[in-house]
Design a protein around this ligand. Structure first.
Ligand SMILES: NC(=O)c1ccc[n+]([C@@H]2O[C@H](COP(=O)([O-])OP(=O)(O)OC[C@H]3O[C@@H](n4cnc5c(N)ncnc54)[C@H](O)[C@@H]3O)[C@@H](O)[C@H]2O)c1
Length: 360
């Protein structure tokens, strides 16, 4: 069988995609594209990628089965749509786009082209997330009616003045950057209920003062910080479920914490990643606990998980390749990314207007 031929656009987090394809026995990375010639040359050399491009449209002339789109959020929609029109399947980084309008165009383009569009919701592919989903599917929790989830950092603004802190390029702050992961994971665990209404607040306290930068990226004092540095919200679903959500890049809290806690009629669970020290390195402790009632007593069960330092990123790429080979729909199609964008749009609107917003 011929190997799946992949091209990568964007050599930042895109290196995880390269590693994912290269670890798959039935896939290979034949081309890499990045606007930054230095990054392009270095990455191509490190991963022994033969063909390099600074213009992705030239790369799309190659005979590729798929493309990973790993560029800043503003470019997800136009580049993904061009890839789909060129007949390539696409694995697009999160968030799907800057907003639902752009996301809808991507989903429509995939449908029109008859190609696969998968969103890189890699947190679903973390070992503990897959184990938790296994318990959900086995009925361990009964009906899940409430969840609390978030990704909060004490000192972790990804650069200052770079693209992450620029509304025009990123589409928002930690809500669209970090919370998107845990909201998706939590909704997936809950069986993707139909979102109905939201109430949210956003704050920008430390970003404008260039505080709470942490080690993510190089600050650019000439750049802009016009996104939130914290967001909180409550979502209500058509069948009565509720999710509380929080996200921050900078806040006076103990440390970075990534979590999803679900409460069901039979049992509950908490999946957590607690970082040792904010931003010093990636050393974190991943845990999965189940909360049950046995013999009339409350019982905590600790599930033994082998942590994945790549946080499921390689496994997600493997899944994408497997789906292309088997001709099946991925577990995180573009439509799931679009559902999340509609919620985030409504949350930003709610924060701006100071009232509850119906999610459409
Ligand atoms: N899934 C995850 O865990 C995860 C982690 C980090 C970032 N991301 C997402 O990945 C995307 C990229 O983030 P990043 O951290 O790698 O950013 P980055 O700025 O570190 O890297 C982006 C790269 O894309 C290149 N680029 C920009 N525009 C381009 C274009 N038009 N054509 C070709 N190359 C272009 C840049 O030169 C840069 O090298 C974002 O959407 C981000 O939200 C996902």
């Amino acid at each position: 069988m011929a190997k799946i031929k992949a091209g990568i656009i964007g050599a930042g987090i895109g290196t995880y995609h390269i590693e994912g394809y290269q670890a798959h026995g039935d896939a290979e990375v034949v081309a890499l594209c990045d606007l930054n010639e230095e990054v392009l040359a270095q990455t191509a050399e490190e991963y022994e990628i033969e063909k390099t491009f600074t213009d992705y449209t030239a790369m799309l002339e190659l005979d590729l089965d798929c493309v990973s789109v790993c560029v800043p959020n503003k470019f997800h929609a136009p580049i993904t749509i061009d890839c789909l029109k060129a007949g390539k399947n696409v694995l697009c980084e999160k968030p799907l786009a800057r907003n639902a309008k752009e996301g809808q165009k991507m989903v429509d383009a995939a449908e029109k082209a008859g190609k696969t569009l998968m969103i890189q919701f890699n947190n679903r592919f973390r070992p503990e997330a897959r184990m938790l989903k296994g318990h959900v599917d086995a009925g361990t929790f009964g009906d899940i009616y409430f969840a609390r989830c978030g990704w909060i950092r004490r000192n972790g603004i990804p650069g200052w003045g770079g693209w992450f802190t620029n509304q025009e390029v990123a589409g928002g702050g930690p809500l669209i950057d970090l919370a998107v992961h845990m909201l998706d994971l939590t909704m997936w665990l809950m069986g993707n209920p139909e979102p109905e209404i939201c109430m949210a607040s956003t704050y920008s306290v430390f970003g404008p003062q260039m505080e709470g930068l942490g080690p993510w990226g190089t600050p650019d004092p000439d750049g802009t910080f016009d996104v939130e540095d914290m967001a909180v919200g409550m979502l209500k679903f058509a069948d009565g479920q509720t999710i509380l959500l929080e996200a921050s890049w900078a806040a006076r809290i103990k440390r970075e914490w990534v979590y999803s806690t679900i409460c069901g009629t039979e049992a509950g669970a908490s999946l957590e990643r607690v970082f040792a020290v904010d931003g010093v390195d990636d050393s974190a402790i991943d845990t999965l606990e189940l909360y049950t009632q046995e013999q009339g007593e409350p019982v905590d069960r600790v599930v033994k998980v082998e942590p994945d330092p790549a946080m499921g990123r390689h496994t997600a790429v493997k899944h994408f390749v497997d789906c292309l080979i088997d001709g099946v729909e991925p577990i995180s199609p573009g439509t799931d990314g679009l559902r999340i964008m509609k919620i985030l749009d409504a949350m930003y609107k709610s924060a701006e207007q100071g009232k509850a917003i119906r999610i459409k």
